[in-house]
Ligand binder design. Structure first.
Ligand code: A3P
Length: 302
């Protein structure tokens, strides 16, 4: 066990990653008990890397092949993306390794996880399930984490907390950390033909959303038809899932997750490079050095 200063949580190391005790229990239950079905889609990420956005995009992509929706009964208008794509270890498997999943209504089933690739169950790693992983510059991840934690605790963003989180983050001692290895292990899996892992980058989703959405659609076996493209379906989904739109939906302004967190805390600024406004040049330099060392030999660059 390791005491983390910034929120006095005790973290425990399991298979190379740190978890608080509640999360670890969910991770163990999930690892022990999850029985994948071949058509399952799993959205995986390190926290604060764009999980909510990817969930929304995936739901929107799959929905378009189903029944036509009227203007106000699209699932994204009725529920938060985390309600539509539940976390395995943080929601479904928190209490038991054998939850009743028969009530999962999405087809194919959609789940999400922040668990590191090495800790996924062998049955899942070697199954035909599709895993979509989204990664993001760790500096922005850290700053997003800081805002998120403050919002969750309903406190002001204090500089001293960011300083303390920075220390922990750099040592990898943060829930699900270290983040660099998290990214690397999913990246390695994405290179293996036998694994069904699509590796998406938050920054590329921002700069070339059309290209990335089409990649996602193809990976999920629901590519856009020429007719759909002409009709503007790609733009329609991007608009529906834009930060501005999701943030302003009533369900996301006022709703709460099962654990009692406000939906709105998942939607903030969504900018690339916001960390520049909060990290000192010295902090940035340290993170850059760690990144260079950890990513050496891979093609990865933030
Ligand atoms: P910021 O705190 O930098 O604004 P996660 O979903 O993994 O928890 O990540 C949260 C981050 O994604 C937050 O980043 C949030 O604002 C951003 N985000 C949420 N929804 C988004 C969307 N639809 N488009 C772009 N970014 C989004």
């Amino acid at each position: 066990p390791f005491d983390v200063d910034f929120d006095s949580t005790k973290l425990f190391k399991y298979q190379g990653c740190w978890y608080d005790d509640k999360t670890l229990q969910g991770v163990l239950n999930f690892q022990r008990g999850f029985e994948p079905q071949d058509t399952d889609i799993i959205i995986a990420s390190f926290p604060k890397s764009g999980t909510t956005w990817l969930k929304a995009l995936t739901v929107a992509l799959l929905e378009r092949s189903k029944q036509k929706h009227s203007s106000d009964d699209h699932p994204l208008l009725l529920d938060n993306p985390h309600g539509l794509v539940p976390f395995l270890e943080l929601r479904l498997f928190t209490e038991t390794s054998k939850p009743d999943l028969t009530s999962i209504s999405s087809s194919p089933r959609l789940f999400s996880t922040h668990v590191a690739f090495q800790t996924l169950r062998e049955a899942l790693k070697n199954s035909p399930c599709k895993i979509v992983y989204v990664w993001r510059n760790v500096k922005d991840v850290l700053v997003s984490f800081w805002y998120f934690n403050s919002a969750k605790l309903k406190i002001e963003e204090e500089r001293s907390i960011l300083d303390s989180m920075f220390e922990s983050f750099c040592r990898g001692v943060i829930n699900y950390g270290p983040s660099w290895e998290h990214v690397l292990n999913y990246w390695r899996a994405s290179l293996e033909d036998s694994k069904n892992v699509l590796f998406l980058k938050y920054e590329e989703l921002k700069t070339e959303p059309r290209v990335q959405l089409k990649r996602l659609a193809e990976f999920l076996d629901c590519p856009f038809t020429v007719e759909e493209e002409e009709r503007g379906s790609v733009e329609e989904i991007l608009d529906l899932c834009s930060l501005r739109n999701l943030k302003n939906l009533e369900i996301n302004k006022t709703g709460k997750t099962l654990r009692g967190a406000d939906h709105k805390i998942f939607f903030r600024k969504g900018e690339v490079g916001d960390s520049k406004n909060h990290l000192t040049p010295e902090m940035e330099k340290i993170i850059d050095m760690i990144t260079e060392e950890k990513f050496e030999g891979s093609d990865l660059k933030f």
